[in-house]
Design a protein around this ligand. Sequence first.
Ligand code: HPA
Length: 239
Amino acid sequence: MSSLLAPTPHIDAAPGAFADTVLLPGDPLRARFIAERYLDTREAVTSVRGMLGFTGHYRGRRISVMGTGIGIPSCCLYATELVRAYGVTRLLRVGTCGGVQPGLALGDLVLALGASTDSSSNRARFGGHDYAATASWPLLEALSAQARADGLPLRIGNVFSSDMFYPAGTDPLPTLQRMNILAVEMESAGLFAVAAEHRVQAATLLTVSDSLVDGRRMAAAERERGLDRMLRLALDALA
Ligand code: HPA
């Protein structure tokens, strides 16, 4: 594995500017919102290509938050640089997903136990074989314990990390439903593989923002409340 020193091609933060634990929303503006709204202290540490990153404290614990952009290539690039050049050891993706199972409601919280994918990147990483991309047990345990303590129901299972927000060709929904995929998003399979390769922890916590079953989407106010619940849960579990 080639060494990588800070600053990197895509992160212009000083060495040591990130905490060991990083919250990873897809949207860089959400990273800024999380830093401003939830962290007790915060400092902007990187802004290359507008991919904002911050480091601060939550309940006394040093923690960072940074956007990943959309999709496995973008997410893996930032995760790899955070791990290799900044020594990050815990990566928690927080995002939204499309519900696949009829029993999932808008606003439900999904914890990805594993992530299947239509992307070829894990095959490339894994010598052409099918890699079982799974989340890290210590993070799964912390998140599920926190959810139980908070009385928040969590749906825990397999998600699907798709390369295509707008699927072309055959509708993937029947296959996803048959294989008990809970929800669709676009990053976790890659993130989990990067974490495994570097012997660090990763997990993904999602809010169902829309339904692939009936096409319903969360309204803005509902979205705000749902995301607040998810972010509090994530931060409390990490702290
Ligand atoms: N597909 C992929 N990613 C998503 C979706 C979706 O329907 N909803 C939220 N993130």
